[in-house]
Structure formats: structure tokens, C-alpha cells
Design a protein around this ligand. Structure first.
Ligand code: FES
Length: 124
């Protein structure tokens, strides 16, 4: 049996070319939502470096160029479409992706997202 999808928001609630924080309807955790036209990416709002939230300012997750997700604490940069860290103290690590889809103008959570990292510094 398929798990029910959960409505996260409407596409129009996400700024085109921008970012916004959402709450996971299953566990209440923070999610980063990014939109480019009709493409949407979701990640846990948790930096793989120290496990902290990435933003200091509400809904501001992008660097000055708007091309990368940036962690506000130590400046790590992540690719929007893969979550891969390309610069900073956690280079080659990734944000935790959260499966989502678009149905019409609805942004849906496809299934329960992977759990947040408990202690990123304990990883091998
Ligand atoms: S906590 Fe994100 S780069 Fe250090």
C-alpha cells in the first residue's frame, strides 16, 4: 500500500528563483524549499558540517549569486539540484534530500523524509 502524500504548500507560495523554509507535516522538522519555474527541490534544513540549521535570516538560503545554497554559519556552498557541498568545511558531503513532487500547483511530500542527522561530527 502506498503511503499518503502530504500537501506542503502551493507552488505560488515559493518564490521563483528563491527559497523558503517549510515544516515537515510528519515530524515538524525544518525543510529548505527551492524553486526554479516548475522545478522544486527540498532538503532538511540541517548542515552536514555541524548539524545546524543553514539560515540566520528567515527563508534566506541562497548565496549572493542565487546559484548555491549557503550555510550561514561557516559559509558552505551546496548545489541546488543535488545538495552536494562544493565549498566549505563539509565539501563532498550532501544535504539530506526530501522526496517531493508537483501535482498541478500542489507541492507534495512523497513519503516520510529521512531522519535528521543526530550527530554529524560522529560520522566516519
Ligand atoms: S555548520 Fe554549516 S558550514 Fe559549518
Amino acid at each position: 500500500m502506498k503511503a499518503p502524500r502530504h500537501l506542503l504548500c502551493r507552488l505560488a507560495d515559493l518564490p521563483d528563483g528563491g527559497s523558503r523554509e517549510l515544516r515537515c507535516p510528519i515530524d515538524g522538522g525544518g525543510l529548505i524549499a527551492l524553486r526554479r519555474g516548475r522545478r522544486v527541490w527540498l532538503y532538511r534544513n540541517q548542515c552536514p558540517h555541524l548539524g545546524l540549521e543553514l539560515d540566520w535570516v528567515q527563508d534566506q538560503f541562497l548565496d549572493h549569486s542565487g546559484q548555491f545554497i549557503q550555510c550561514a554559519t561557516h559559509g558552505a556552498l551546496f548545489e541546488i539540484d543535488t545538495g552536494l557541498c562544493v565549498a566549505g568545511p563539509c565539501v563532498h558531503q550532501r544535504l539530506i534530500p526530501v522526496p517531493c513532487s508537483l501535482r498541478g500547483d500542489q507541492v507534495l511530500l512523497e513519503r516520510p523524509p529521512p531522519a535528521p542527522l543526530k550527530d554529524p561530527s560522529a560520522r566516519p
